[in-house]
Design a protein around this ligand. Structure first.
Ligand SMILES: Nc1ncnc2c1ncn2[C@@H]1O[C@H](COP(=O)(O)OP(=O)(O)OP(=O)(O)O)[C@@H](O)[C@H]1O
Ligand SMILES: [Mg+2]
Length: 415
């Protein structure tokens, strides 16, 4: 086996993490090398592809083969039967974008072996396979996403109506753990776009000007990967009210963010800015002006259907008895998605400890789940209470009308 080719491919994969075909080719070569260590590496390489793109058929097939008994031949592009000569006129017909295939002469290829800059490797662009249809329940939120974001993108007349503000983005806000990140990813999946998520830790740097540069680099990475959703998590930190930023070095970051969002000309074409926060009242108001994050969406605690979907997904990933997820969903009002995940994990822990104690493995039972539900306090209550205080005593520019309405309704129903 050509060790230098494997080495070259390892370097190439590090330099081009998004190139799936490179990774798969490396995995095939590693497998062909035949020894245990490299076989394991091959599995890890394919697993990394599947972690980003779980539906990638080539990767799934390859993984199945890698995990099959060792006498199964792994077809590679080079060892496959010679294909018929390709008619040049046929290949030049412009058609829908074809997924990348291994039609490359890997032995003749040269790779750039210069040291890889690690600076921008931080910006890992995902390709989410989740769609809005995978989001359980939350019908109202999905409808609003469709109306405020997707419809204008698809419809030229609406686009004209929205004008400049179509370039703007969407701010998701609400209690923690209720699906903001999940929805943003599903939206990227719906648009068939890449997904680049940044938080304050990716941006903040103690050196003067470095935070601004980091933020610019993130926007540049998103532009280079367009169509791409740039997801700014914890916007209350990155885009904090400038009146509160004195001395923290964050003022420049907010200014940079404003500049990047405004872009020049068609610069931001194909970049969709989504942001999320649990503290929308701490976000600088300038970020909400037209053409910036000019649409807001309240993401509330999961409704009955969403809770059932979350519980079903989580339980399905573990050995469990037949569980009435509808009943469990009914018993978990006010639980966030993260709380529900915690419920299932705690139930699994109970079953595991019990199995260890008795020496016989047993699946998660209805009782384990009920015990876990009783032990866990839903986390959304305190957030909703503090939101009420902020809205009652803070200044109100009408941006949180949805939340006000929800709080009033909740108060009535609890009387
Ligand atoms: N409607 C839903 N359908 C399926 N899964 C969901 C749904 N809503 C939330 N989840 C799951 O709940 C968990 C928490 O969601 P997520 O991380 O998106 O919340 P968040 O609002 O971004 O939280 P934070 O404010 O802490 O960042 C995730 O595991 C997500 O997959
Ligand atoms: Mg999140």
């Amino acid at each position: 086996m050509d060790e230098s080719l494997i080495d070259a491919l390892r370097v190439a994969v590090t330099a081009n993490p998004e190139q799936v075909s490179l990774r798969l080719h490396l995995a095939r070569l590693l497998h062909k090398a035949g020894d245990r260590e490299r076989a394991d590496e091959a599995v890890a390489v394919v697993a990394a592809v599947l972690a980003v793109d779980p539906r990638n058929t080539d990767a799934r097939q390859l993984l199945a083969m890698l995990l099959a008994p060792s006498d199964v031949e792994v077809p590679t592009p080079m060892s496959g039967p010679a294909s018929a000569p390709i008619d040049a006129s046929e290949t030049s017909v412009p058609g829908p974008m074809q997924p990348e295939r291994d039609e490359f002469d890997w032995h003749a290829a040269e790779f750039d072996l210069s040291p890889v800059s690690t600076r921008d490797d931080r910006f890992d662009i995902e390709r989410p396979a989740t769609r809005l249809a995978d989001v359980g329940g939350m019908r109202e939120v999905k409808q609003r996403i469709e109306a405020a974001f997707l419809a204008p993108l698809r419809n030229p007349e609406l686009r004209a109506l929205y004008g400049k503000s179509l370039r703007g983005g969407l701010l998701l806000y609400g209690p923690p753990g209720c699906g903001k990140t999940f929805l943003a990813k599903a939206l990227a999946g719906e648009l068939d776009a890449g997904f680049l998520s940044i938080g304050i830790a990716d941006v903040l740097d103690k050196w003067v000007g470095a935070s601004e540069r980091n933020l610019r680099a993130a926007f540049d990475a998103a532009r280079a990967a367009a169509p791409c959703v740039l997801f700014i998590d914890e916007l209350d930190a990155i885009g904090q009210r400038r009146s509160q930023t004195r001395g923290s070095g964050l003022r420049g970051v907010v200014n940079e963010l404003l500049q990047e969002m405004d872009g020049i000309g068609a610069e931001n074409e194909g970049v969709f800015v989504l942001a999320a926060t649990n503290q929308p009242w701490d976000v600088d108001p300038a970020l909400r002006r037209p053409g910036r994050l000019d649409r807001t969406l309240l993401v509330l605690p999961p409704d009955l259907e969403a809770r059932e979907a979350i519980l079903r997904d989580r339980i399905a990933a573990r050995p469990a008895e037949a569980i009435d997820t509808r009943r469990l969903a009914n018993a978990t009002e006010g639980f966030s998605g993260a709380d529900l995940a915690h419920v299932v994990e705690s139930a699994a822990e109970i079953a595991l400890l019990d199995s260890v104690r008795t020496g016989t493995a047993r699946p998660i039972s209805v009782r384990d789940l009920d015990t876990a539900v009783r032990a866990i306090t839903p986390s959304t209550g305190p957030w909703l209470e503090s939101a009420r205080t902020v809205l009652e005593f803070g200044e109100d520019d009408g941006t949180h009308a949805d939340l006000k309405r929800y709080l009033a309704q909740r108060k009535r129903s609890r009387r």
